[in-house]
Design a protein around this ligand. Structure first.
Ligand code: SAM
Length: 211
């Protein structure tokens, strides 16, 4: 039987053919071990932004800006607020935003998300959660309370390399597996949302607010 990994590798290798100008950045970040979204997730984010043209996007977990760039390139008028606590990534992220010509569309906040989220004005149209997995449940609460009607919540890594589905043999010193196991149940049960977990990347939660 074909495994999830084989399918994922196939799709992600196909997407290399797109050659949309971000490949060099993706390859560089992958080689350096930056934990960025896979190509299929990056493309999905770009497609959602292209379709929805959100005015306000919040991203929790910038790293050095790959997913923010993928979204920002599809925006006509909107703005992205992106949060990451890593001071050592700050300059590189700004440099990457400039390189792709999206620096005017992105506000980079260098802080722990839990310290700044409540100080942001709400009214987001899209919230992408991609930071510490133990914080996901709180980030989801924030997202639910700060999303516009028909707003979208996307959360990455819900499979955690498959360990959430088949935990045997995985080391889990930080207890991420139980956190994500609970998070996934909470995510799909959100009241007032159409929810789904997509088998792309490392498992992608996708929720659309009904009203
Ligand atoms: C998976 S990476 C984000 C990748 C990025 N979305 C991309 O695809 O280009 C997760 C990031 O979350 C950040 N992070 C972890 N815990 C955080 C927290 N409590 N507040 C803010 N950022 C956090 C890490 O520093 C890391 O850069």
């Amino acid at each position: 039987m074909i495994s999830f990994e084989q399918i994922s590798d196939y799709v992600n290798s196909l997407l290399k053919l797109k050659n949309d100008g971000t490949d060099e950045l993706y390859n560089y970040l992958s080689k350096k071990g930056h934990p960025v979204v896979k190509r299929d997730v990056a493309e999905f984010l770009a497609q959602i932004v292209l379709l929805k043209q959100p005015e306000k996007v919040l991203e929790i977990g910038t790293n050095v800006g790959y997913s923010a760039i993928m979204m920002a390139r599809q925006m006509k008028n909107g703005k992205i607020w992106t949060v990451d606590y890593r001071r050592d990534h700050h300059d590189k992220a700004l440099e990457n935003f400039k390189e792709f010509g999206v620096e005017d569309r992105i506000v980079l906040i260098t802080s722990y998300a839990e310290n700044v989220l409540n100080g942001l004005d709400g009214g987001f149209d899209l919230i992408f959660i991609d930071a510490d997995k133990k914080g996901y449940s709180n980030y989801l609460d924030f997202a639910v309370n700060n999303l516009n009607s028909r707003g979208v919540i996307i959360a990455d890594n819900l499979f955690w390399k498959g360990s959430v589905i088949a935990p045997d043999g995985f080391e889990d010193e930080r207890n991420v597996i139980p956190s994500l196991t609970e998070f996934n149940k909470k995510f799909v049960s959100l009241k007032g949302f159409r929810t789904q977990v997509l088998s792309i990347g490392d498992g992608l939660g996708f929720a659309v607010k009904e009203n």
